[in-house]
Design a protein around this ligand. Structure first.
Ligand code: SAH
Ligand code: SF4
Ligand code: F3S
Length: 468
C-alpha cells in the first residue's frame, strides 16, 4: 500500500523526470468483463479517462453505458472544490448498494486519490472501494487492477512525487472529430487557494516532437479539431527547453493542417506577445481564449499569489481583443476569498464591466486542505459569498447574452459534433469562438464544419440553421 502525503507533494520530485514509453502487457485478463468510467473535473481529467478506457480495452475489457452491466466501475475524481468531493462520496453510497447484490470492482483515480484526507476516509469508511490509483502512476492502472483481481486484496497505490512522462498510453477517444492532446502536466504556480499543484505535481512538458506526431496521426484519422491541454499551457516548454515556447508549439501544430486548433488553460502571467501574434496570424488557431481573472482587486490577487495586477490583466486583455480578429474571451472568477471586502468585490465587478466577457465560470471560494488560503483567518461568511456570487452571475450573464446577441442573423462556421441533447431532430456544434449552437439539420452533418445562420440567442447557447 502506498498512500499520499501533502508535505512531500509540495517538495516536488527530487530526481530528473524520465521520458518513457508505455509497455504494460498483462494479457487479456479482462476478457468477458465490462467497465464503466465516470469523470469529474476538468478537460485533463476527461482526457485521463480516455486513457483509462484505452488501457482497459487493451486488456480485453469492454466499455458499457449502463452502470448496472459493469463489472469494473472507476470514478475519475476531482478535488478542486468541496462539492466535487461531495458528489464522489455520494455516488460511492449508491455503488455500495449495487455491490450488495452484485460482484463488482470499484476503483478511484484522479485528484481526490492524491489527497491524504480522502485516502484516510476511504480506508476507514468506504470499504466498498477495491482500489485507488493516483494521478502520477495512472499508467500502472492495469497492474493495480490485476493485482486486486488475482489476490482479492484491496490495492492503494498513490505516489506523492510526480511520475515520468509516459508516451503511448492507449487511449479510447470519446469523439472521432475533436481530440484532446496533453502538452504539459502539473502546475508550479501554487495559487494559494488551489490544490492542483499538490494533486498533479510539478510542471512537466511533453517533447514537442511527440505532440506534433500525435496531432499528425489525428489529422490522418480525420480529426477536425485538437485542443492542447495543460493546467497552464502558457508555461509549456519552460522546464525542458531554453528557446521553445507555446508560441512555437502552436505554430508547429498549426502546420500539421489540423482544421481547428485550441488550447486551455492560459495563465495571464505567462502570456507573451509572440503567443498573441500566433493566435492572430494563423487561421486554424481558433480565436477563443480562456483567460482566468480570479479577482479584480490587486490586494486579493496578491493574496491569491496570481502574480499579475488588475492593470496587467486589462492590458493583456485589450491587446488580445485588439490583435485577434473576432475573438471571444472567457474567464474564471472566485468570490469570497479570505479578506475580500465589498470594495474588493466591486473592483471585480468593475473589471467584468470593462471586459464584457463572452462567458465566465464563477465560484465561491472553497478552502482546500493544506493550501495556504485554507489557513487564512479572515474568512467571508457563506451568506456573503452566495450574495456576491449571485450578483456577479447577473452581470456575467448580461454580457454573455450581449455577446451572443451580436451573432444574431450572422452566418458562422460550426463543427457539428453530435445530436442535440434537447431535441433529437437537431444537431449541435461549436462556433470558432466556442459557442454552443443547436442547429436545425440532420445527422449527416455530424463531423463536418458547416455554415450555420444564427436564428436565436440565449445566455448559454445559440439556435441556428444549416445553410449550404
Ligand atoms: N489552471 C487553471 C485553473 C484550473 S481550476 C488556471 O490557472 O486558470 C479551474 C478554476 O477553479 C480556477 O480558475 C478557479 O477559478 C477555480 N478554483 C480553483 N480552486 C478553487 C477553490 N479552492 N475555491 C473556489 N474555486 C476554485
Ligand atoms: Fe491552480 Fe493556479 Fe495552477 Fe491554475 S495556475 S492550476 S489555479 S495553481
Ligand atoms: Fe479537478 Fe484535478 Fe482537474 S482537481 S480540475 S480534476 S486537475
Amino acid at each position: 500500500m502506498k498512500t499520499p502525503n501533502m508535505i512531500d507533494a509540495k517538495k516536488r520530485h527530487q530526481n530528473k523526470i524520465e521520458y518513457t514509453k508505455y509497455n504494460i502487457d498483462l494479457g487479456n485478463f479482462g476478457e468477458g468483463k465490462k467497465f464503466f468510467v465516470r469523470t469529474y473535473g476538468c478537460q485533463m481529467n476527461e482526457h485521463d479517462s480516455e486513457k483509462i478506457r484505452g488501457m482497459l480495452l487493451s486488456a480485453g475489457f469492454i466499455p458499457c453505458d449502463d452502470i448496472m452491466d459493469a463489472d469494473v466501475i472507476i470514478l475519475n475524481t476531482c478535488a478542486i472544490r468541496e462539492n466535487a468531493h461531495d458528489k464522489v462520496f455520494g455516488f460511492l453510497g449508491v455503488l455500495k448498494h449495487i455491490k450488495q447484490s452484485k460482484d463488482i470492482i470499484i476503483g478511484i483515480c484522479g485528484c481526490m486519490a492524491q489527497e491524504e484526507v480522502v485516502i484516510n476516509e476511504i480506508l476507514n469508511k468506504y470499504k466498498q472501494v477495491d482500489f485507488v490509483c493516483g494521478t502520477h502512476n495512472l499508467d500502472n492502472l492495469l497492474t493495480i487492477l490485476k493485482e486486486k483481481i488475482d489476490t482479492n486484496k484491496r490495492q492503494i497505490e498513490v505516489l506523492s512525487y510526480e511520475g515520468d512522462v509516459v508516451e503511448n498510453i492507449p487511449v479510447l477517444r470519446e469523439s472521432p472529430y475533436s481530440a484532446w492532446v496533453d502538452i504539459i502536466y502539473g502546475c508550479d504556480k501554487f495559487c494559494t487557494y488551489c490544490i492542483v499543484p499538490y494533486t498533479r505535481g510539478m510542471q512537466r512538458s511533453r517533447k514537442h516532437e511527440e505532440i506534433v506526431n500525435e496531432v499528425k496521426e489525428l489529422v490522418n484519422k480525420g480529426y477536425k479539431e485538437v485542443t492542447l491541454l495543460g493546467q497552464n499551457v502558457n508555461a509549456y516548454g519552460k522546464d525542458i527547453y531554453d528557446n521553445y515556447t507555446l508560441a512555437n508549439l502552436l505554430s508547429d501544430v498549426a502546420d500539421t493542417g489540423i482544421e481547428r486548433l485550441r488550447f486551455v488553460t492560459s495563465h495571464p502571467w505567462d502570456f507573451t506577445d509572440e503567443m498573441v501574434d500566433v493566435i492572430a496570424s494563423r487561421d486554424n488557431v481558433m480565436p477563443y481564449i480562456h483567460l482566468p481573472l480570479q479577482s479584480g482587486s490587486n490586494k486579493i490577487l496578491k493574496l491569491m499569489n496570481r502574480r499579475y495586477t488588475k492593470e496587467e490583466y486589462l492590458k493583456l486583455y485589450h491587446q488580445i481583443r485588439d490583435k485577434v480578429k473576432d475573438s471571444s474571451i472567457t474567464t474564471d472568477i472566485i468570490v469570497g476569498f479570505p479578506g475580500e471586502t465589498e470594495e474588493d468585490f466591486q473592483e471585480t465587478l468593475d473589471v467584468v464591466n470593462e471586459c464584457k466577457f463572452d462567458g465566465a465560470f464563477t465560484f465561491a471560494f472553497s478552502p482546500r486542505e493544506n493550501t495556504p488560503a485554507a489557513k487564512m483567518t479572515d474568512v467571508v461568511s457563506e451568506e456573503i459569498k452566495m450574495d456576491r456570487l449571485h450578483r456577479l452571475n447577473e452581470v456575467v450573464n448580461k454580457y454573455s447574452n450581449e455577446a451572443n446577441q451580436k451573432l444574431l442573423n450572422k452566418t458562422v462556421k460550426c463543427l457539428v459534433t453530435s445530436l442535440s441533447e434537447k431535441d433529437k431532430n437537431k444537431v449541435c456544434g461549436y462556433t470558432e469562438n466556442m459557442k454552443l449552437v443547436n442547429i436545425v439539420g440532420d445527422k449527416s452533418l455530424i463531423g463536418k464544419i458547416v455554415n450555420v445562420k444564427i436564428t436565436d440567442t440565449k445566455s448559454f447557447s445559440l439556435d441556428g440553421e444549416y445553410v449550404d
